[in-house]
Design a protein around this ligand. Sequence first.
Ligand code: BDP
Length: 710
Amino acid sequence: ENGIDAWLRYAALPCDVRKAASIPAGIVALNDTETSPVYTAGQELHKGVLGILQKDLAVTSTPINGSSITIGTVDAFTSAGGALSELDLKGDGFWLSIKGDSVQIVGQNERGALYGTFQYLSMLAQGNFTEVAYASNPSAPIRWVNQWDNMDDTGTHGSIERGYAGPSIFFAEGLIVEDLTRVSQYARLMASIGLNGIIVNNVNANVNLLNSTNMAGLGRIADAMRPWGVRMGISLNFDSPRTLGKLTTADPLDEGVIQWWDEIATQLHDHVPDFAGVLVKANSESQPGPLTYNRTLADGANLFARAIKPHGDAIVMFRAFVYDNKINQTNWKADRANAAVDFFRDLDGKFDDNVVVQIKYGPIDFQVREPVSPLFGHLQQTGSVVELQVTQEYLGQQCHLVYLPPLWKTILNFDMKVDNQPSLVRDIVSGERFNQKLAGYAAVVNVGTNTSWLGSHLAMSNFYAYGRLAWEPTSDDVAILEDWARLTFGSDRTIIDTITKMSMESWPAHENYTGNLGIQSLTDITGPHYGPKPQSQDGNGWGQWTRADATSIGMDRTVWNGTGYSGQYAPEVAAMYEDIETTPDDLLLWFHHVPYTQQLKSGKTVIQHFYDAHYDGAAVAQTFPKQWEAVKGLIDAERYDEVAFRLEYQAGHALVWRDAINDFYFNMSSIKDEQGRVGNHPWRIEAEDMELDGYTVIQVDPFETASGFH
Ligand code: BDP
């Protein structure tokens, strides 16, 4: 198996399990229009039942005699004479009732009917034939995917920024690809986990997406995804009126610019009548934006909001990831973490009602641990969307197993205590806390043409869990993982236990061997964001700093003595972070600058904790290849080998991380490891002690990652 069907394999259940299922006589999908998600649901159910239960059920669009699985919207059920009680459904929700061999799947809309069908199939595929009757509603209306796909005008295939699974499934040679098979397969995966929208191109947007050929191509992408209930949107480049439209300005208040965008919106709507919306990255990392014209970010967002307003319910997702990437490192008070609140605090209430602000989970950038972005507490009159990252940009780029939901839950379950009221992030992004109609979730997923979608079979648990959590953020991360493992690899207990144990150990281990105590991912920040390079963390303009010197480490972000960042939280939370005693150890160095000898709550010093954690984390990674061996023969050889290869690599790379980081801080602080391990590797065979045949010695940067420092 090559992974292309991910968790939708519909593998046959063993004979004796199959026997226990009561199978209805047929499938009734109450819509026979091929582009309708209800029609899709009927076809998908047919395929699933054929695979899982080995039964070839007929699909009709009108009620049949005898038992059936009936799929449709509330309206379709009612007009077909079905008696429905009060179902309590919200947008995209569904009602699922299984009673013997009679199954009803009722969607609040067509999409909901499809989601209910996938839920039913997920139960069948796991051999779960329980009788149920319940309504399920998504936590939030916006549940989107962001792809950072480039068009690559000159290359043959569109590359993907921070994508680790080959080139784009959408773009090649500056155009939309002809064959969109993978695009509809992607939409199928999205629909199966309740995701309803996608931005197909990079936030660092190429203006050529808006030329007439590509507009038509966008129409084709939307057509491919529509049967799966997935709506398409695009990222826009703020400067397009100048670069593509040849106007002299891109000023959001200029009449010509306004007209230009109105015209673009009309054309988009002509090609994609159910256009989902636009995503905008402005005035950040050298991208153009309204600030260039002395206009506010809200002026910029509203420009697009007004252009799309006449054409349905499309929205503007305006990114809060606004900061200057040439920060002056010598300015002691400068702090990139302050940027989002500084830019957006005074704009609450200034955005049109079809604008939402998309906020990365932490104030910096998808680090292995960050405090919650304080901006979630400041926008009360504009909907917030939390931006997560499935693609593991800073977290091992899919070469390392890191199951992310435990990290995401530290964010979603955090209480911002705004106005002294309970204010969990998950209740803010559901729209509930501040009574917002528009709010929700976005994740940078970055699948590519690799048949495994993300380049790693195990990484797909993150994509699956993302959809499940956006639907219901209180879902248990272990339960989600077990569902995913059963659907992806089969129900054998050893498979489930092995995958669950390794996955649940993976994020803590990764944090331990990369960057702990809130110091951030000590990776190569000025380069590929891969591998250890702590020396790149200071002296860069990006503001991801450790402020490490010979005696001390950490960013002082307090109000009384530091950059003032902790003051961006509500008073109770601010007070917790302001005080070193009440700051949790795992964020100590995020908020405070301390001597290496500072004692933690565990009684250890900061430096000894560093040493120990790097050893502990790497030791856990050493167990992964061995743990995986338990599933040999229980799953197909192709996926077994591919996973084994990556875990073996991770085990080795974790050692590189461990020694590079520990040696670096040992050299900097000259403080010895109590256990005498750091800088002393008696069992290691150094490359320079071997006879090199056919190899050339080269300088490795940073030298800590090299053998024996050479
Ligand atoms: C950073 C990525 C960069 C993205 C940027 C963003 O390194 O490639 O363009 O975020 O989110 O994490 O805009």
